[in-house]
Design a binder for this molecule. Structure first.
Ligand SMILES: [Zn+2]
Length: 293
C-alpha cells in the first residue's frame, strides 16, 4: 500500500508537539529502566572500590564490592549487568579471559548465585587480558620480538599483525567458559572476522544452545573509548585498533558488518559508539536490512 500524505496547511506536524503530554504520547524512542545494562569492571582483591580517573562515579570493584553494586542496581530495577575483567596478570595468550577461574568467571558465579534474576552479560574480548592490550593474538612481522615491541613500541603498523583466525579459537573458548560460569549472554566486542559464527559453533557444541550472542557488530575506531579503556585497563601498548575496528567514514561497510553478524547467528547487534553513529543515515539502512533479511 502506498500512503499519500497531505501537505501543508492540512498537515501541521507541530500539532503533536504543542505540549509535553502530546509529545510524550507520540515519542518514538524511549529510554527506560527496563532496557538498562549496568557495566561493572571487576578487579582482584577485597573491599576494592577504585575510582576511574576519567569517569568520576565509575569504579573498579573487587568481587565483593561488585556484588554490593549489583544488588543495589537490581533493587533499583536495573535488569542486567555486563561484566568486564581486570585480571591479576596478563600474557600474550589472554589466559585470564578463558580460564575457568578468571576474574569475570568468578564474578559471574558469585552474582548469579545470589541474584539469579539479574541478567549477567559477559564481555568477550582479549584486550583486557593480553600483555599488549590488543583484542587479538599479535604476531611480530618486523625485526623485533613481541616482548621487545611492548617495551619499545614499533614505529609502523607493518611491524606486527593482529592474527584473525587464531584469535577466534580463544574468543570461542572465552565465550564457553563464561557461559559455563553462568552468564546469561555473551557479548563479543573484538571485531575479528567470523567471531560470531565461531562463538555460536563452540557454544552449541558445548550444549549451550540457549546462550544468546550480543554482537558489537559495527564498532568504529574512536577516541570516545579512552575513558572506557582506562576503566577496563585495556589500552594498547603499541599501535592502535584501526586494523580491526571500523573506519568511521564507512557506513556501507558498517551495514556489511551488521548483515554478516546476523547471518553468523548474532541475536542482538550493537553499533558503537552509539551517539555519533546511530544517525539519520545508519538507522534507516539498518531498518531496511533487518526487514529484508
Ligand atoms: Zn577488545
Amino acid at each position: 500500500m502506498r500512503l499519500t500524505y497531505m501537505s501543508f496547511p492540512t498537515t501541521r506536524l507541530r500539532r503533536l508537539r504543542q505540549n509535553e503530554q502530546l509529545r510524550s504520547l507520540v515519542r518514538e524512542t524511549r529510554l527506560s529502566l527496563e532496557a538498562f545494562v549496568y557495566p561493572l569492571f571487576v578487579c582482584p582483591g577485597e573491599g576494592v572500590r577504585k575510582e576511574v580517573r576519567s569517569m568520576p562515579g565509575v569504579f573498579n570493584f573487587s568481587i565483593d564490592e561488585a556484588m554490593k553494586e549489583a544488588r543495589e542496581a537490581h533493587s533499583l530495577g536495573v535488569p542486567a549487568a555486563i561484566l568486564f575483567g581486570l585480571p591479576e596478570t596478563k600474557d600474550e595468550m589472554a589466559t585470564g579471559a578463558w580460564s575457568d577461574d578468571g576474574i569475570v568467571q568468578q564474578a559471574a558465579r558469585a552474582i548469579k548465585r545470589e541474584i539469579p534474576e539479574l541478567v549477567v552479560v559477559g564481555d568477550v574480548c582479549l584486550c583486557e587480558y593480553t600483555s599488549h592490550g590488543h583484542c587479538g593474538i599479535v604476531r611480530s612481522t618486523g625485526p623485533q620480538s613481541l616482548g621487545a615491541a611492548v617495551a619499545h613500541p614499533p614505529s609502523s603498523t607493518g611491524e606486527y599483525e593482529i592474527v584473525n583466525d587464531a584469535t577466534l579459537e580463544l574468543l570461542a573458548r572465552t565465550a564457553v567458559s563464561l557461559a559455563r560460569a553462568g552468564v546469561d549472554m555473551v557479548a563479543p566486542s573484538d571485531m575479528m572476522d567470523g567471531r560470531v559464527a565461531a562463538i555460536r559453533k563452540a557454544l552449541d557444541e558445548a550444549g549451550l544452545t540457549n546462550i544468546p550472542i550480543l554482537s558489537y557488530a559495527a564498532k568504529f575506531a574512536s577516541g570516545f573509548y579512552g575513558p572506557f579503556r582506562e576503566a577496563a585497563d585495556s589500552v594498547p601498548q603499541f599501535g592502535d585498533r584501526r586494523s580491526y575496528q571500523m573506519d568511521g567514514a564507512n557506513l556501507r561497510e558498517a551495514m556489511r558488518e551488521i548483515e554478516l553478524d546476523i547471518e553468523e547467528g548474532a541475536d542482538i547487534i550493537m553499533v558503537k559508539p552509539a551517539m555519533p553513529y546511530l544517525d539519520a543515515k545508519l538507522l534507516p539502512a539498518m531498518a531496511g536490512s533487518i526487514a529484508s533479511g
